[in-house]
Design a protein around this ligand. Structure first.
Ligand code: SF4
Length: 334
């Protein structure tokens, strides 16, 4: 359970059902509640130095989402939905959100879920064929759900659609409240994994590999479609052995039925220099993931693995999946 040390609430958010509920909850818990004009511009948080990154991650921001425009996608889904949260309380050392929000990548939840739903419903009306909607691209929906219950709400909404299905990836294991929902097979979960040692040292503040695998099995036994998302693959020292051990562990721990219909997504790390800057101040002893010997610049302020390095690693990961999960498919590798 995410237990914020302070709550920043946008003016007007308390007029929504969810806003009122959260306000009452955090008042009862005696949390400091600070009213702000705009969840996107909180000068007293923007002006803090990078070294306060960890302190900022303990804050919860409650706001009203202004833009609810869906974006076409061709990878994990057909449409990306700017859904009910952005940001996160964890500190993965490579997190893509730090390139957008910098040190202010704290968890923001949006109270106007009905407005967002209208956008999905409008798109759904115009669909000729089935479409998959990504609802977790700006946050982690399982984490958000422990604050708002919005993932449970969304799963029940999608259960009523004829052609639309939802998908989300997660690094958190708190899925118990999802298990008894009447989801009608309309939501798929992608459980994000990495070797146990990388989870511990790099994906700080998320659930352990063991807990995530248990969550995958629970969701599968409750009828959800479940995939494994290896995101990102990080080529640290000894990575081949670490990933090989991880695949062995998955093979021995995932439910037998799940392994037969499993799908994998594989995404190699892109590292934003914003992370390097923030971590130098906030977490100076953290592992340095930027290895310029095997990485090259990619666009502005980002690094990715060199082509030949990535191609070699891709082959190794593909072979691991092929040999250890003969019934599984790879949806994409990038
Ligand atoms: S769990 Fe996801 S959103 Fe949260 S810090 Fe890690 S990568 Fe970022």
């Amino acid at each position: 359970m995410f237990n914020p040390t302070a709550v920043y609430m946008e003016k007007g958010a308390e007029e929504y059902y969810l806003g009122k509920l959260l306000l009452d909850r955090y008042r009862q818990m005696d949390k400091p509640i600070i009213t702000v004009d705009d969840h996107n511009k909180i000068p007293q948080l923007r002006n803090l130095p990078d070294r306060d990154f960890i302190k900022l991650k303990r804050y919860l921001i409650i706001g009203i989402r202004k833009s609810v425009r869906l974006v076409k996608n061709e990878r994990s889904a057909d449409w990306i939905v700017p859904f009910t949260s952005s940001g996160c309380s964890a500190y993965c050392l490579y997190c893509y959100l730090n390139c957008t929000f910098f040190k202010n990548s704290y968890l923001r939840v949006f109270v106007n879920r009905e407005d967002i739903w209208k956008s999905i419903a409008r798109k759904h009306e115009r669909l000729d064929e089935e479409a998959l909607f990504e609802i977790g691209s700006n946050s982690d929906m399982v984490l958000e759900d422990c604050v708002t219950g919005n993932l449970q709400w969304a799963i029940e909404k999608f259960a009523g659609l004829r052609k639309g299905r939802a998908t989300f990836a997660t690094k958190f294991a708190g899925v118990d409240k999802l298990l008894s929902l009447d989801h009608r097979g309309k939501t798929q979960a992608r459980i994000s994994v990495n070797p146990a040692d990388i989870v511990k040292r790099v994906e700080i503040g998320t659930s352990s590999l063991e807990e995530r695998v248990k969550a995958a099995n629970k969701l599968y036994h409750s009828g959800y479609k479940v995939g494994i998302n290896i995101a990102p693959v990080i080529l640290v020292e000894d990575w081949e052995k670490k990933y090989s051990d991880m695949f062995d562990y998955l093979e021995s721990s995932l439910a037998r039925g799940l392994k037969k219909k499993l799908f994998f997504e594989v995404i190699f790390m892109t590292y934003g220099l914003a992370n390097e800057k923030i971590l130098a101040e906030a977490m100076p002893n953290a592992v340095n993931l930027l290895d310029r010997n095997i990485m090259k610049p990619k666009g502005r302020g980002k690094y990715c693995y060199k082509k030949e390095v990535k191609l070699g690693a891709e082959k190794i990961i593909k072979d691991e999946i092929k040999h250890k999960f003969p019934g599984a498919s790879i949806s994409y590798i990038c």
